[in-house]
Design a protein. Structure first.
Length: 194
């Protein structure tokens, strides 16, 4: 019988740890769970929320990020999270319940305007940069950033996983992502989180 080892990494968000089970978690895309209700489609996410202190679960390609509530301590929560992950992966359980949508395409934000077809080339450049330069770096920190829109020079991005609620996320947006996008796409004037 093979012994499974799950590596743990810290993230820039002190409330979030990144767990690497040494195997593929999501074949395609990512999935973010911000509430126990959202987690009902996944036995693993539901079990993690069931631990009590868990307030967020994020599935990446080869990792699971788990966020705990303010005031909770990772010294208390980590053994339970590891046990839940080990039970799930050693039993080869499915990540999602049959008939549920695995990875989801985010719904458009209600208060954001739709992309202007005249900006299609700019939007394509922005998406390419986010997919090739930004998302791989953010995945290393246990999160994801999803493009949500472009309007009058402003790029709207949604932070997920360890990035959501991270103290350094606004600095990452302004000093990293905004500078990168403005350098390569002069039409970009600002990056905002939604």
């Amino acid at each position: 019988m093979a012994v499974m080892l799950i590596e743990t990494e810290t993230t820039p968000n002190p409330a979030t740890l990144k767990f690497l089970p040494g195997r593929t978690v999501m074949d395609d895309g990512t999935r973010d769970f911000a509430t126990p209700e959202e987690a009902e489609v996944s036995p693993l996410a539901e079990a993690l929320f069931g631990l009590g202190d868990v307030t967020g679960v994020f599935f990446g390609r080869d990792f699971v990020s788990v966020t705990i509530a303010p005031g909770a301590d990772w010294r208390d929560a980590k053994p339970d999270v590891l046990a839940t992950l080990l039970d799930h992966f050693t039993a080869h359980m499915p990540l999602f319940r049959q008939g549920s949508a695995g990875f989801s395409v985010p719904a458009p934000e209600a208060d954001l305007p739709a992309d202007d077809p005249a900006d299609a080339e700019i939007v394509a450049q922005i998406r390419e940069l986010i997919d090739t330069r930004v998302r791989p770096a953010v995945a290393n920190d246990g999160g994801d950033i999803v493009y949500r829109g472009f309007d009058k020079g402003k790029v709207y991005l949604k932070m997920q996983g360890a990035c959501a609620g991270c103290p350094s996320s606004s600095a990452t947006l302004k000093n990293g992502i905004e500078q990168l996008l403005r350098y390569y796409v002069p039409e970009v004037t600002e990056v905002r989180a939604v």
